[in-house]
Design a binder for this molecule. Structure first.
Ligand SMILES: *[C@@H]1O[C@H](CO)[C@@H](O)[C@H](O)[C@H]1NC(C)=O
Ligand SMILES: *[C@@H]1O[C@H](CO)[C@@H](O)[C@H](O)[C@H]1NC(C)=O
Ligand SMILES: *[C@@H]1O[C@H](CO)[C@@H](O)[C@H](O)[C@H]1NC(C)=O
Ligand SMILES: *[C@@H]1O[C@H](CO)[C@@H](O)[C@H](O)[C@H]1NC(C)=O
Ligand SMILES: *[C@@H]1O[C@H](CO)[C@@H](O)[C@H](O)[C@H]1NC(C)=O
Ligand SMILES: *[C@@H]1O[C@H](CO)[C@@H](O)[C@H](O)[C@H]1NC(C)=O
Ligand SMILES: *[C@@H]1O[C@H](CO)[C@@H](O)[C@H](O)[C@H]1NC(C)=O
Ligand SMILES: *[C@@H]1O[C@H](CO)[C@@H](O)[C@H](O)[C@H]1NC(C)=O
Length: 289
C-alpha cells in the first residue's frame, strides 16, 4: 500500500470519529459502508474490533438492495474476491441449536447463499460475501480476510463513556454496548465507574461474546465476575455483578487460575483468571440497549 493511500484513510478516520463523514457514494439509508482491503486483512473478530474502534461494526446485510450496494462498493476497491460481512454462527439459547446471526442480532431473514454453499452451520464459522456475484459463503472465523465496516448510528445509542474515565472502544454486539477503560482501577471502583453510566462490568454469555471481548481488550482486564463469599478458590461461588445467569464460563486451565475473588480476562491466552479484588486493572463496561 502506498503512502498516499494511507494518508487518505487517515483523513477518513479523523472525520468519521467526529461526524461519521463518509464519501456520499458509500451511504445508503444513513449507513456508510467502507471497504478495508489487503493491508487491513484480519480474522473476523479482529475485523469487528477494528470497526468498533471507530464506532462502527461489520456490515449487516438485511436485504437484496443493501447486498448489491455493498458488493458494488467492494468491486470498486477490492483485490480478493471474498471478504467478511457481519454474520456468524451462534447457539440459540432457547433451543440449543446453531443459528446464523448478524452482529447486531437482527433477524437473518434475507439470505443470498452461493449455490455451492455447504452449510457449515457450526460455531466458529463466519460469513463472507463474494464481490463478483454478491453471494454468501462461510469460512473459519480466524482466517485473514478483507472486510466491510458499516458506520451507522448504533454507537450513538451507547452511553457517552468517552466523556469520563477515558473509556474507548464502544460498540454494540447484539443488544449491548461495550466500553474498555484505559485507566486502571480496582474491581469495586471499576464497577462503580460502569454504574455511573447505568451500565455494569461486563457479563459474558457465549463463545462468540467471549471471543469478541478477547479481541477488544489487551493484557489483563476486569470483567463482572466475582465471588461474594470472598473465598476466591471455588468456581461454583462466582456470580455476575449484573445478576445475569452464569450460563457460560471460560476459566484458564493453569493450576493457579482460581486464586482470588475478582476475575480478569487475559486476552493473550483468551481465558479467565480470578485474582485479588485489590489489584488494579483496566476493565470492560457493558450497557444493555
Ligand atoms: C442517523 O442520524 C441522523 C441524524 O441524527 C439521521 O438523519 C439518519 O437518518 C440516521 N441514520 C440511521 C441509519 O438511523
Ligand atoms: C446442547 O447441545 C450440545 C451438543 O449438541 C450438548 O453437548 C449440550 O449438553 C446441550 N446443552 C443443553 C443445555 O441442552
Ligand atoms: C423476519 O422473520 C420473522 C419471523 O420469521 C418476522 O417476525 C420478522 O418480522 C421478519 N423481519 C423482517 C425484517 O422481515
Ligand atoms: C443448515 O443446516 C441446518 C441444520 O441441518 C438447518 O437447520 C439449516 O436450515 C440449514 N441452513 C441452510 C441455509 O441451508
Ligand atoms: C441513569 O439513569 C437515571 C435514572 O433513570 C437517569 O436520571 C440518569 O440520567 C442516567 N444516567 C446516565 C449517565 O445515563
Ligand atoms: C477455600 O477458602 C476457604 C476460606 O478461605 C477455606 O475454608 C476452604 O477450605 C478453601 N477451599 C479450598 C478447596 O481450598
Ligand atoms: C495466590 O495469590 C496470593 C496473593 O494474593 C499469593 O501469595 C499466592 O502465592 C497465590 N497462590 C498461587 C497458587 O499462585
Ligand atoms: C478500591 O479503591 C477504592 C478507591 O481508591 C477504595 O476506597 C477501596 O477500598 C478499594 N477496594 C479494594 C477492594 O481494594
Amino acid at each position: 500500500m502506498s503512502c498516499h493511500k494511507f494518508f487518505i484513510l487517515f483523513i477518513f478516520f479523523k472525520f468519521s470519529t467526529s461526524s461519521y463523514y463518509c464519501p456520499p457514494a458509500n451511504v445508503l439509508n444513513g449507513i456508510c459502508y467502507h471497504i478495508f482491503n489487503d493491508y487491513y486483512s484480519r480474522g473476523w473478530f479482529d475485523a469487528e474490533a477494528f470497526c468498533a474502534n471507530d464506532g462502527g461494526q461489520l456490515g449487516n446485510i438485511k436485504d437484496a438492495f443493501i447486498n448489491n450496494f455493498v458488493a458494488k462498493i467492494a468491486n470498486n476497491g477490492f483485490t480478493y474476491a471474498d471478504y467478511w460481512i457481519g454474520g456468524l454462527v451462534d447457539i440459540d439459547k432457547a433451543t440449543n441449536r446453531t443459528v446464523w446471526k448478524w452482529i447486531d442480532y437482527n433477524s437473518f431473514n434475507y439470505t443470498n447463499w452461493d449455490s455451492s454453499y455447504s452449510n457449515k452451520s457450526y460455531v466458529g464459522q463466519c460469513l463472507t460475501q463474494n464481490l463478483y456475484t454478491g453471494k454468501w459463503s462461510t469460512s473459519g472465523c480466524d482466517e485473514q480476510k478483507n472486510f466491510v465496516c458499516e458506520y451507522a448510528n448504533t454507537s450513538q445509542l451507547c452511553p457517552n463513556w468517552d466523556s469520563m474515565y477515558f473509556i474507548t472502544h464502544v460498540t454494540a454486539f447484539g443488544n449491548k454496548c461495550y466500553g474498555i477503560s484505559s485507566g486502571v482501577y480496582n474491581w469495586s471502583s471499576a464497577l462503580s465507574n460502569c454504574q455511573k453510566f447505568n451500565g455494569s462490568l461486563v457479563s459474558i454469555h457465549s463463545y462468540n461474546e467471549d471471543k469478541l471481548i478477547s479481541r477488544l481488550t489487551s493484557g489483563y482486564t476486569f470483567i463482572g465476575l466475582m465471588d461474594p463469599t470472598n473465598n476466591g478458590n471455588n468456581t461454583e461461588n462466582f456470580i455476575w455483578s449484573d445478576s445475569r445467569p452464569m450460563d457460560y464460563s471460560n476459566w484458564c486451565l493453569a493450576s493457579n487460575s482460581i486464586n482470588g475473588s475478582c476475575v480478569l480476562y487475559d486476552s493473550d491466552e483468551g481465558c479467565w483468571y480470578s485474582r485479588s479484588c485489590h489489584e488494579y486493572s483496566t476493565y470492560v463496561c457493558e450497557y444493555y440497549l
